[in-house]
Design a protein around this ligand. Structure first.
Ligand code: GAP
Length: 514
């Protein structure tokens, strides 16, 4: 049986073979943790962004968007804390010379203990069948209790070490847990050190005394520094939000799992400004709203979970991640953070400009508190890709690879195919393409057998194939084939637009949210 590792490798090669994602600079042997999106990838990515943008700005009268520059005044990163504290704790293995994130080594170790517990539960479930009570088993089975106690003890030390920024303790946990380097297999570890993740470059010529500027590591600060501009010109009243989609850059040390952790990536962030004291209520509202957004895609409700943060940043008073079950385990896709008034207060302090809101209802001024929702476009892309990929066995022993993409996100919505390349069928098919192309991304395909053409569209997740045959010329009907069921129905050409639109429009997703 294929392991999850094998499945992930297949997904990565499928993404390349079908024009979704390519390694950056591939003909020069690639650039690590940087990727390019191909002809199908860019469409899928754009559809994800549209779904997010519309969910934020169309469905909320009090959320507006901006597009701020990647380069910003360097003092912004001093104010935000990124210059001093945007670090990862690194550790090297002296034998393999490989560098790791100390926190990730410990998190992986904890995940292994969780896996052992889950295996015990799965074995017991098999043994006891219908009478199995998981909660009772977890709270009474000696082996599970032993693993749980061990896990909790490590977890507590780990959370404390992170909160206290205690690098020696992180190293000690790695030694005490006997964590080995996956390459050398040894425990010959260096000390743990901090490493800043921001990329630097220079602005202006050196003769003028160039200024060091940073490639932004998050889009959020572009929102904070425009808070006053938007509030005043948009006459916004609290509570209100500012949304932004854009590139972010981090010099990730442990870049792995394909587009999960990249050095150049894209974020969709929304900062929601609220009255001080109401932030936890809004935090809970956004936590629920964001999960609803994910679940509306129909990728499987059971694949999501919340993960509340052990280590709260010093400015946050609540934070949670929405995690999705990837082939390599549950992983963070989105963060929801209650950031207090930290960012606006810092910018007020460092810029010397007053950043306050006069609340007409209260008759007083204050620095607004902020709830942030922050999701990576690329991680969302990976979530959609991983949950959609299937190698399906068909009746008669045949197989097909199909991407069950949510129809609204699919790069191509329909493909029109003349059954044969003669008798006026290509012309009729072109006529249909020319009608549909204004509203839907539509492919025309006349090469190879009809079966091969269907497989090609299945592999890129096209929800509908439309076949034009000789009957079409007589009664203006075509066969409409559904990707998932492979069911074919004879429908009138006049009904095509409505039938396709009902299933592929982003509106159908948005309606589930409002
Ligand atoms: N403004 C808050 C912020 O940036 P974060 O948790 O560091 O918070 C938010 O990042 C989201 O950005 C993550 O949940 C993830 O989806 C995405 N992200 C962060 N680093 C990434 C990377 N190196 N590659 C791809 N996506 C990343």
């Amino acid at each position: 049986m294929a392991t999850q590792d094998d499945v992930f490798k297949k997904i990565v090669s499928h993404a390349k073979e079908y024009g979704f994602v390519f390694q950056s600079s591939e003909i020069y042997d690639g650039l690590s943790a940087v990727y390019d999106y191909g002809q199908n990838g860019v469409e899928l990515k754009n559809n994800i962004k549209r779904y997010w943008w519309d969910a934020m700005t169309l469905l909320h009268e009090n959320i507006v968007g901006i597009d701020s520059a990647i380069f910003m005044h360097p003092t912004i990163w001093k104010a935000s804390g990124h210059v001093d504290a945007f670090n990862d704790p690194l550790i090297d293995n002296r034998d393999s010379k490989k560098r790791y994130r100390a926190d990730v080594l410990i998190e992986d170790h904890l995940a292994k203990i969780d896996e052992k517990i889950d295996k015990e539960v799965a074995k017991a479930r098999k043994r006891f069948g219908d009478s199995f009570d998981e909660a009772v088993f977890r709270s009474t089975n000696a082996r599970v209790l032993e693993y749980t106690a061990k896990r909790d003890a490590i977890h507590e030390r780990f959370a404390n070490a992170l909160n206290e920024n205690n690098l020696e303790e992180l190293r000690q946990i790695i030694l005490d847990c006997e964590i080995v380097c996956p390459i050398s297999g040894t425990r010959n570890w260096t000390d743990v050190r901090q490493f800043n993740l921001m990329f630097k470059t220079e602005m202006g010529s050196t003769a003028d005394g160039a200024m060091t500027v940073y490639l932004r590591p998050e889009t959020a600060q572009g929102i904070f520094v425009n808070y006053l501009n938007v509030q005043k010109t948009g006459r916004m009243r609290i509570p209100f939000g500012i949304a932004q989609i854009g590139k972010a850059f981090r010099n990730e040390i442990v870049a792995r799992q394909f587009i999960f952790r990249m050095r150049e990536f894209e974020q969709m962030e929304m900062q929601f400004f609220v009255r001080p004291g109401s932030e936890l209520e809004w935090f809970n509202k956004w936590k629920e709203a964001r999960l609803r957004w994910h679940k509306a895609l129909g990728l499987g409700d059971e694949k999501y979970r919340y993960h509340d943060h052990d280590k709260l940043a010093h400015y946050a008073n609540a934070a949670t991640d929405i995690e999705f079950e990837m082939p390599f385990g549950f992983k963070e896709v989105e963060g929801i953070h209650s950031r207090t008034n930290f960012d606006l207060s810092q910018h007020e302090k460092f810029s010397g400009k007053k950043i306050q809101y006069f609340d007409p209802e209260l008759g007083e001024s204050y620095t607004p508190y902020v709830i942030e929702t922050s999701i990576g476009v690329d991680r969302m892309f990976l979530t959609v890709l991983c949950s959609s990929y299937e190698e399906q066995k068909l009746d008669g022993g045949d197989t097909r690879v199909v991407l069950h993409l949510p129809a609204a996100l699919a790069p191509v919505k329909c493909a029109v195919m003349p059954l044969v390349r003669k008798d006026g069928l290509p012309e009729k098919a072109r006529e249909i393409v020319n009608e549909l192309k204004f509203d839907f991304s539509t492919h025309y395909d006349e090469k190879d057998s009809i079966g091969k053409r269907y497989r090609r569209q299945d592999a890129i997740g096209t929800p509908f194939c439309i076949t034009v045959d000789h009957q079409t010329l007589e009664d203006n009907t075509v066969t409409l084939r559904h990707r998932d069921s492979m069911e074919q129905k004879r429908v009138s050409v006049d009904d095509l637009h409505r039938l396709i639109h009902d299933e592929v429009s982003i509106n159908s997703l948005l309606r589930k949210l409002s």
